[in-house]
Design a protein around this ligand. Sequence first.
Ligand SMILES: [Zn+2]
Ligand SMILES: [Zn+2]
Length: 393
Amino acid sequence: MSHRRPLPLSTLPRLLTTIGTIGTVLAFGARADHPREFSNPYADVQWEETSVFHGNLHTHTTYSDGLFAPYEVVDLYKKHGYHILALTDHDTDHFEARPAILYPWNDFAAIFEEIRHRTSTSWRWNRMDFGQFTGPWESRDPDQLGMLAVPGVEISRPHHIASLFCDYAGGTDSEETAFEEIARHGGLAVLLHPGRYQFEDDWYIDFYRRHSHLVGLEVYNQNDRYPEDREHWDRLLHELMPDRPVWGFAGDDMHELEHLAWNIMLFPLPHLATEPLRTSIETGAFFFYRPHHQMSPPSLEITRVTGAPQRIDLEIEGQIESVDWITFDPENGQSAVIHQGPAITIEDVPETAVYVRARIRGEQGTAYTQPFAVRPAIASALGAFQGAPLAKK
Ligand SMILES: [Zn+2]
Ligand SMILES: [Zn+2]
């Protein structure tokens, strides 16, 4: 199965023209006089043998405060070409009625029968019984739909946290307990829409340093409710990289139709299954894409990431307007574009940078890579060129 589109012939000349006419690129800091190198989170992707699967890992249903029944949400994402979906209802809105996650999809009908006479605690349903505002629910078979169902829940007090790949149901009011329980249940965690809160950066950094299964930060939420979340991501990366990557996530946080299909996570996988998806998420071997228009499929695709330790090359299919390499500028305390073009060498990177990430602007939307660590060139002596943090010092 291939989801690739042919490369438009006009892409390369257009890209070269674009790069040639770009204005000043911000540069800061002295050039490094000691050898450095990139780590590549995509190093283990077998590009010849992968297809790109579309995913959304943040969605709601009538199990919490969404407007659509679970099977309707599945059908909507199927209709819009998604292959991977996590239903992440708020633990605050169903926990009293049924302290369990909404999973598996084949049990939707039975779950509804279990809760139809129980009371919802959701703000949206004003303490109605589930049977008054939703149901009956139809079950869905992900295999039959060609989809992968990821078990999940949104832990919702106070900082919202996605718990994925496990059956932890939540019901705690402490982030620390939530992280410990997600780990104990074998799951992965993502801190969601940080722009909603007033926590200090150190609050995040402490959690990222102590919890290796806390894999990422949501940097696009719903219809981009918190655009400053990308700046927040860069500040955290500057503190935590090169040894502790934080992968960027883009989630629809779909409650109603106007939130649907604004964010697409792109996973290059050998086949659609939990294990390769989880590995992709743990190692940061995925991208995300934001269309200009709701419900539009990606107009560009990153088909390969290659390079030696001193260089990274992006192969991109589709119409490209610019490729910006971004890091954090500690002098200005802001995200900064430090280089443009589909390739970057280590000499292009300011000495103060501990990572770079790419933003690819196209005519119909923008794609993002995960951060590439920039570190002293000790790793090459060990023969390592991996996305995972180096354990040895
Ligand atoms: Zn939330
Ligand atoms: Zn949510």
